[in-house]
Design a protein around this ligand. Sequence first.
Ligand SMILES: *Cc1c(COP(=O)(O)O)cnc(C)c1O
Length: 393
Amino acid sequence: MNFLPFALPETGEEEIEEVADTIRSGWMTTGPKVARFETAFAEYIGARYALTVNSATAGLHLALEAAGIGSGDIVVTTPYTFTASAEVIRYLGADPVFVDIDPVTFNLDPLRLQNRLSVMNADEKSRVKAIIPVHFGGQACAMTEIQRLAGEHGLAIIEDAAHALPCTYRGKNIGTIGDATVFSFYVTKTLATGEGGMITTDSEEMAKRIKIMRLHGISRDIWDRYMTSKPNWYYEVVAPGFKYNMPDLMAAIGIHQLRKVDRFQQRRKAIAEQYTLAFKSLPLRTPIVKNPEDVHSWHLYVIQLALEKLVINRDVFIEKMAEKGIGTSVHFIPLHLHPYWRDRYGFAQEDFPVAYDCFRRAVSLPIYSKMTDVDVERVIKAVKVILCEGVRA
Ligand SMILES: *Cc1c(COP(=O)(O)O)cnc(C)c1O
């Protein structure tokens, strides 16, 4: 029996040819293909700047740094995410404050956010500097409410859009709303270069700082200004920067992936609709789309098992899917359950009850453009059989 993986990138001869061309050219690191990828991406999103990095994690770190986050600051985010969203806060010596999620979207709950901000003591109030909304699964967060609260409290908005390409909120592309937005091109994401990421921003000041910090703190402005009068070995270091640049080898793949990103989304959307229709009367909750007129990237399709009606739990369901040769995953193990976050901030399981309850029920099913109709039918049949056998008498 052949195994259906949980995720697979879709690449064609175009990507292979472009990578081969990069190798033949002799210019494998950051160069002309990165410039092409950035220009095309900025145009696609409608952002003033698009800046490549070697991962979304690096991008989130740089965006927070450029927003001025430093030691002792507080950044608000969700516990229902990958650890990268929060670890970057710690890189800068700042602390996360987690706010529980909306059980319908798995996104930061704007009402809980408002409450958490309003109960902050004077010390917390003086330290809180930014919000990281995570567009879970590719459905946009409640950005109107988040922007209003950020405005009231003077907070920067750095969006974790690792799942959100393409994605819109009230007609605007994600990537054009917050102070900066960070996309991931990790192999499982909706645009895959193996490893990689992109930061979009309209702020010239942030773009300048990010460009300097992503490559050793070397100032390009100084470089360009003196290029004609200084010998070409000359450069100036203005800060202790990082080594976060994207090589042309990755950008070569990205250029072609970007052209296909809408087609990939259309296929995933069709799969999501098929799943939702097929699972209608099963003991589970299918994903709920809050604003049907907006683009959902459908990076993830997360079902929530109605555990009350079942004799099997989520882990057994996943084992049974694997026995039928189908890969699944869980998004996410909430951060407050992980030893590092739990012990560092003294969290208990019940501190984020919505996140915990969603986690207990959540299973991510395969959803990617390379899936055939037969693959989709196979997943549907497996879910039906397992849940019909597992239903409480
Ligand atoms: C994948 C992911 C990241 C990290 O992306 P990398 O490109 O692997 O660094 C960050 N946040 C979320 C929500 C993710 O799913």
